[in-house]
Design a protein around this ligand. Structure first.
Ligand SMILES: Nc1ncnc2c1ncn2[C@@H]1O[C@H](COP(=O)(O)OP(=O)(O)OP(=O)(O)O)[C@@H](O)[C@H]1O
Ligand SMILES: [Mg+2]
Length: 297
């Protein structure tokens, strides 16, 4: 299959490109920047930033000219756009419906929607918290862990509520469950990965992950599945989950795309490719039978 991967020079995209090539597929990589990592693709094109009005037309053009048979976005900022523009891309796009993407794209909306659905999340405040911290202040939109601060007291904090939120600091072990939810059957596969060390000590990106199999972290798998179903997400999803001091897991955020650690859960790409092959098989069977009917008529 010819697979177009966006953000191919980033951690999620590069890992996905490598996994696709290892499985014998051809990768058309696109990225804003032409880097050594981006050249992991068989064919590479630079594209405008997601915020550029030409971003989606350019992607559709490249997909058409390169004969892409599947498009897998990995760039966080482009997800709402690509979910909205999916029908204009001349190949199936691996993305959830726009309404689900919009909830996952803003951590404030994610927290509210999950709490409403009965999925545990860190207590997230409307006003300033009172009592004892620590608390976490962070951007409502994912920025690769940038701008996350742990604060001990709320006095003197100025919060830009349009862009930031303040919530309970959750001190326990951190996981990044890798989820696939089939868009047709709704069947869910979860691989629980535990983050081994965080780049900035108590918060941040994982420097390594450990796969937790055989029900070792079945509560983490369960909350990941509940969260994905509650938001109506499908396809590949990467979550951040932490344990409270009492061990109870809470969902920190949901990235509605392949994450940086998907190579440790090859089930995800396997499922995406199997689904794409099934859909294209059904489509060609439908067009064969349409052609057959025309001939008979
Ligand atoms: N409420 C919280 N309690 C404890 N730690 C937190 C909390 N919120 C975020 N963190 C820490 O900060 C990290 C980054 O937060 P978050 O995932 O929400 O931001 P991000 O910009 O989306 O980061 P990335 O894209 O790297 O996942 C988390 O992985 C976790 O280690
Ligand atoms: Mg995160």
């Amino acid at each position: 299959m010819r697979i177009l991967i966006t953000g191919v020079g980033g951690p999620a995209g590069a890992s996905l490109a490598l996994q696709s090539r290892e499985r014998g597929h051809e990768v058309i990589g696109v990225d804003m920047a032409d880097t050594m990592t981006a050249r992991i693709a068989d064919e590479f094109h630079t594209v405008p930033a997601a915020t550029d009005p030409d971003a989606m037309p350019a992607l559709a053009r490249i997909a058409r000219r390169s004969g892409a048979e599947l498009v897998i976005p990995t760039v966080q900022e482009e997800l709402p756009l690509i979910a909205a523009a999916a029908a204009e891309v001349p190949a199936p796009v691996v993305v959830s419906p726009f309404a689900a993407i919009a909830l996952a794209h803003d951590k404030r909306y994610t927290m509210t929607a999950l709490a409403k659905a009965g999925v545990a999340v860190p207590e997230t405040f409307d006003g300033m918290p009172t009592g004892n911290g620590p608390w976490v202040i962070k951007p409502r939109r994912s920025r690769g862990g940038r701008g996350v601060q742990v604060v001990e007291e709320s006095a003197g904090i100025e919060l830009d509520r349009e862009f930031e939120l303040i919530q309970e600091f959750v001190p326990g072990d951190e996981y990044c469950p890798q989820v696939y939810r089939c868009p047709d059957s709704g069947e869910v596969t979860v691989v629980v990965l535990e983050k081994l060390e965080l780049r900035e000590g108590i918060v941040g990106n994982a420097l390594g992950v450990l796969r937790r199999d055989n029900g070792e972290a079945s509560d983490i798998a369960a909350i990941a599945e509940d969260a994905v179903v509650a938001l109506g997400l499908v396809g590949p999803i990467d979550l951040d989950v932490r344990r409270r001091a009492n061990g109870e897991p809470v969902v920190l955020e949901i990235n509605a795309r392949f994450g940086a650690n998907s190579a440790a859960a090859p089930e995800l790409l396997d499922a995406v490719l199997a689904h794409a092959e099934r859909v294209s098989g059904l489509e060609s069977a439908a067009s064969d039978s349409a052609a057959g009917l025309e001939e008979a008529a």
